[in-house]
Design a protein around this ligand. Structure first.
Ligand SMILES: *Cc1c(COP(=O)(O)O)cnc(C)c1O
Length: 347
């Protein structure tokens, strides 16, 4: 790779021209004005919350069905997560439930585009508007996912992405980005990630070393060119699953048009654990995303919450099963999964 050789020759290891090139390509791709490369998705969400002015005494609405890192960011700034139940069809934030949990300390809402399916942003944005909440998207699983004519990362005042290798757009290591249309927020995040230096060795506030590595910028810029093709492969596999699993006593993903980028393909059945064993014996690996919802995690036990008030999130946690899906998965492999599932149900 001549570009990699150039990177070493220039010692462009921390931020630098390769990261800038990726940032500008990724901002264009997401349809936003600014993307700031950072060292992982959790840091991206942390800086987004700082830039949004969320801190001690504030509360932030977070869906109960998500990866724990959505809520870490809230704790990092000293705020309190208020978990919300999710939609039956998508496992994304339920506005109706969020409305019930509102109080005056709530300052922000963090919709997560879980599994690659965009949250229902129109009602979420209207709700946030009504209560003057900052919207910060967790787009870590939804690179390129569309809702209406916008892409994930372009709805909130800020959004956080992860480029962990397993994500739809993965680095050769760790990576993340914050997206925003606001030039002042972009400037502040650019400083915060680099020891809060607006000028060299002038530190205007508490800073972090959350820099993206040059190598990751180079790799991500290259991989970004392939992302739409890879997403198409995921969608083709999902269509084959949806067709092949029709009629089985399963709940299947219910996508809206072409919005879903299928980071994961999650089915639901009350018989999940037995089905998982059956597939495992057939040599088919499945995943659980996520077996314990946030309102039942020991790390949040200190926050007062009625743990039994999240029936839908509990259902996704106990019934959800992630089937194999990845670009390059063959039709033969997909059909083998379908056959094993049909076998389990005697269909
Ligand atoms: C992966 C992920 C994160 C965290 O990203 P890291 O790069 O692992 O720090 C945050 N939220 C969600 C929903 C994720 O899937």
């Amino acid at each position: 790779m001549p570009r990699m050789r150039d990177l070493f020759a220039r010692s462009a290891f921390c931020l630098g021209p390769y990261v800038e090139e990726f940032e500008s390509a990724f901002a264009d791709y997401c349809g936003v004005k600014h993307a700031l490369g950072v060292n992982n998705g959790t840091s991206a969400l942390h800086l987004a919350l700082i830039a949004a002015g969320i801190g001690r005494g504030d509360k932030v609405l977070v869906p109960a069905s998500t990866f724990v890192a959505t809520a870490w960011a809230v704790l990092y700034v000293g705020a309190e997560p208020v978990f919300c139940d999710v939609e039956e069809a998508s496992a994304n934030l339920s506005v109706a439930d969020a409305e019930r949990r509102m109080d005056r300390a709530v300052k922000a809402v963090m919709p997560v585009h879980l599994y690659g399916q965009p949250a229902d942003m129109a009602p979420i944005l209207a709700f946030a508007d009504r209560h003057k909440l900052v919207v910060i998207e967790d787009a870590a699983q939804a690179h390129g996912a569309r809702y209406g004519n916008r892409r994930a990362g372009g709805f909130g005042r800020l959004a956080g992405f992860s480029f962990y290798p397993g994500k739809n757009l993965g680095a050769a290591g760790e990576g993340g980005a914050v997206t925003t249309d606001d030039p002042d927020l972009a400037k502040r995040i650019a400083a915060l990630r680099n020891h809060a230096q607006s000028e060299r060795y002038i530190h205007s506030e508490l800073g972090f070393n959350y820099r993206m590595e040059g190598i990751q910028g180079l790799v991500l810029a290259e991989k970004l060119r392939h992302l739409d093709a890879w997403t198409e492969m995921r969608r083709a596999i999902a269509r084959r699953y949806l067709q092949g699993l029709k009629g089985l006593p399963l709940k299947l993903p219910a996508p809206v048009g072409e919005d879903h980028v299928y980071h994961l393909f999650v089915i639901r059945t009350p018989d999940r654990d037995r089905l998982r064993q059956h597939l495992d014996r057939a040599g088919i690996q499945t995943g659980l995303h996520y077996p314990v919802p946030l309102h039942r995690q020991p790390c949040f036990a200190g926050f007062s919450v009625d743990r039994d008030s999240f029936p839908i999130a509990d259902q996704w946690a106990s019934q959800g099963l992630s089937l194999p899906i990845f670009p390059g998965m063959t039709e033969t492999q997909t059909d083998a999964v379908i056959a094993a599932l049909r076998g389990f149900f005697g269909a």
